[in-house]
Design a protein around this ligand. Structure first.
Ligand code: COA
Length: 403
């Protein structure tokens, strides 16, 4: 039983019973198609100069018609499993952070679980908009530190282009598509996800919202269904404030100062927000990861994509202390402090082949399960099923294997 705030802090930092949650694998998947500011000039009344000056974005990636949050997330996950050199069956839990799922139900996490053939894993989606990845990381680390899971896959995956109003110049210049996945594993070596702070303020919900099919609307106003509605200036003011406060809070919670932090990875929403926050924290730009220029705002995927790029280009090095900080719709904001102590797993050709074989097997198993369910429906009908039932609403397309 937790008796004090101090003890709570100790559990978060050290793990209960010496359990720590380390990042052991990662993968990124961004669509190939590039949409430049010049392309946007042909679509809405804007200019390359305005977008670069006000946001720092030059280009962004947009998914093609075949890709969804599931397909991008699955490919990122496979890379992460390969990097951690684990098999799908090693996963205890899959957590997906997304605000652009194909379905509200089934979850994106379940569809990815099926694609991976992670037969032992629980799976669920988590919605905290652009703070989603930190929320998911926090949940995963909590599961591991409490001993409820040993290996957790955390994915941030978005196809925001599908929920963007392409006639609204205030939003369509910002949002983009992409995915990234991390494998977190239990370890008795201190480090990994050390501290997390999570915050929310639903009173600011109308600053950034997306409708589900289940209405009503904010303030009774009719809005285009399922598209991003945003008050840019309102979000900007909120973001500039919370980015610095959350960073300071998580560092203090760990008993450290900003000087102890090697690298900050902020949510990539607007370069001016990042600059303002880092200026107020007096953190020089060489300690800040920024790739917004090439990817725009990929919401829940933005922070992990930025981390992976920074690891690959050497900006984040083994043993670095890094702070992730994000904000988004909800309103939500969050920060995490990680010790990046990953030692590269030597690539094993045999395990690679085994993993690829298991993915093929997963597809076959999924198909067989679907067929068995069809047969079950044909041969084992419950008495009530024999009566034709009246169904409300329009029948929707059932989840497809590739979604
Ligand atoms: N191209 C050209 N002009 C544009 C434009 C565009 N794409 N978008 C807006 N404008 C115009 C506005 O209409 C306005 O014109 P007006 O003065 O004649 O009314 C002017 O530019 C200034 O608009 P404003 O909204 O004050 O611009 P801004 O400097 O705040 O930049 C955002 C707009 C959206 C880029 C900025 O507010 C922002 O990034 N906010 C945060 C959004 C965010 O991070 N969302 C994701 C949260 S996770």
């Amino acid at each position: 039983m937790i008796k004090s705030r101090h003890r709570k802090r100790q559990i978060r930092a050290n793990g209960e019973n010496g359990r720590y949650a380390h990042v052991t694998g990662w993968g990124v998947e961004v669509p190939e198609r590039v949409l430049t500011n010049h392309d946007l000039e042909q679509m809405v009344d804007t200019s390359d100069e305005w977008i670069r000056e006000r946001t720092g974005i030059s280009e962004r990636r947009i998914a093609d018609d075949r890709d969804t949050a599931v397909t991008l997330g699955t490919r990122a996950a496979r890379k992460a499993l390969k990097h951690a050199d684990i098999l799908p069956d090693d996963l205890d839990l899959i957590i997906v952070a997304t605000m652009s799922p194909v379905y509200l139900c089934p979850s994106t996490a379940c569809l990815i679980q099926d694609q991976l053939g992670a037969t032992r894993a629980g799976a669920f989606d988590l919605l905290a908009a652009c703070s989603g990845f930190i929320y998911a990381l926090s949940t995963a680390a909590g599961q591991i530190k409490s001993g409820m899971a040993r290996t957790v896959l955390v994915i941030g995956t978005e196809t925001l282009s599908r929920i963007t109003d392409w006639s609204d110049r205030g939003t369509c210049i910002l949002f983009a598509d992409g995915a990234a996945a991390f494998v977190l594993q239990e370890s008795d070596t201190p480090g990994g996800v050390r501290e997390v702070v999570l915050h929310s303020d639903g009173s600011g919900g109308e600053l950034l919202y997306v409708h589900s099919g289940a209405r009503p609307t904010w303030n009774g106003a009719e809005a285009p269904a399922s598209l991003i509605n945003m008050n840019g200036r309102g979000v900007f003011r909120f973001a500039a404030r919370v980015m610095s406060s959350a960073t300071e809070e998580v560092v203090q919670q760990a008993g450290l100062t900003l000087n102890d932090i090697d690298v900050i990875v902020p949510h990539q929403a607007n370069m001016r927000i990042i600059d303002a926050a880092m200026r107020s924290l007096k953190i020089s730009s060489d300690r800040v990861v920024a790739n917004i220029e090439r990817y725009g705002n990929t919401s829940a995927a933005s922070i992990p994509i930025a981390i992976v790029e920074a690891v690959e280009n050497g900006q984040i090095k083994p043993n670095d202390r890094i702070v992730l900080v994000g904000f988004g719709g909800g309103l939500t904001w969050a920060a995490a402090l990680l010790e990046w102590e990953v030692t590269p797993t030597p690539a094993s050709y045999g395990r690679d082949v085994l993993r690829e074989g298991l993915y093929i097997l997963a597809r076959v198993r999924s198909l067989i399960n679907r067929m068995l369910r069809l047969l079950e429906a044909l041969f084992f009908r419950a008495p009530s099923d024999r009566q034709p039932r009246q169904r409300a609403g329009t029948p929707a397309k059932p989840p497809q294997q590739d979604e």
